[in-house]
Design a protein around this ligand. Structure first.
Ligand code: GRF
Length: 200
């Protein structure tokens, strides 16, 4: 199950990997919090069930999260992958999916949590940047790290050029993690993660 808010390029990379690499996994559904999320159309074209749970019709985060959880649980996924899902989730929601809720963040956490990560990286003057796939915990962008992908920062980089380079790596790293999860190779022990048969 994958949750999106926009174009869904990570969703596409993961769904394609399930198909092309014949992973023992499938994307059982895609949920967006915006009807305009273009990733929905792509998912539907591939026969993947889609749902919209709009955050706008809910009085507070808790009622939105409850509606979201209801749609997710109806499809009984093993894992819930956040891929460009731009909503902060309540502790109750996160705890309901403890160990099964995964996110991709466009920076090398713990550096640059939050928004505008590419601008943050340029402002900090770092020479390397990248992405992190991590287990979601109640503290935003702080869960145990499963995998990271690194890109060099180049002279003259703008947030857009850096973002494009990081996105290419995201499309390698997230499908790889999906494969490890599908193969049952990811163990989460408190705030540590180990992956059997992979040196990270
Ligand atoms: C990615 O950069 C992801 O890391 C961030 O939002 C972006 C989503 O892109 N959280 P897409 O919708 O997967 O194309």
């Amino acid at each position: 199950m994958i949750l999106i808010s926009g174009r869904g390029s990570n969703l596409q990379a993961i769904a394609d990997a399930c198909h092309v690499r014949e992973l023992p996994a499938q994307v059982v559904g895609v949920i967006a919090n915006r009807a305009s999320a273009s990733g929905l159309e792509w998912a539907a074209s591939r026969g993947i069930p889609t749902r919209v749970v709009s955050h706008q019709g809910h009085a507070d985060r808790a009622s939105f999260d409850a509606a979201l959880a209801q749609e997710i649980d109806a499809l009984a996924p093993d894992y819930v992958l956040l891929a460009g899902f731009m909503r902060i989730l309540t502790d109750g929601f996160v705890n309901h999916y403890a160990g099964r809720l995964i996110n991709i963040h466009p920076s090398l956490l713990p550096l640059f949590p939050g928004l505008a990560t590419h601008q943050q990286a340029l402002d900090a003057g770092v020479q390397v940047h990248g992405c992190t796939v991590h287990v979601v915990t109640p503290e935003l962008d702080h869960g145990p790290i499963i995998a990271q992908g690194i890109v060099p920062v180049q002279a003259g980089d703008t947030p857009d050029s850096l973002s494009a380079r990081v996105l290419q790596v995201e499309h390698q790293v997230y499908p790889a993690v999906a494969q490890w999860l599908a193969e049952g190779r990811v163990q989460i022990h408190g705030d540590q993660v180990s992956v059997t048969g992979v040196s990270r």
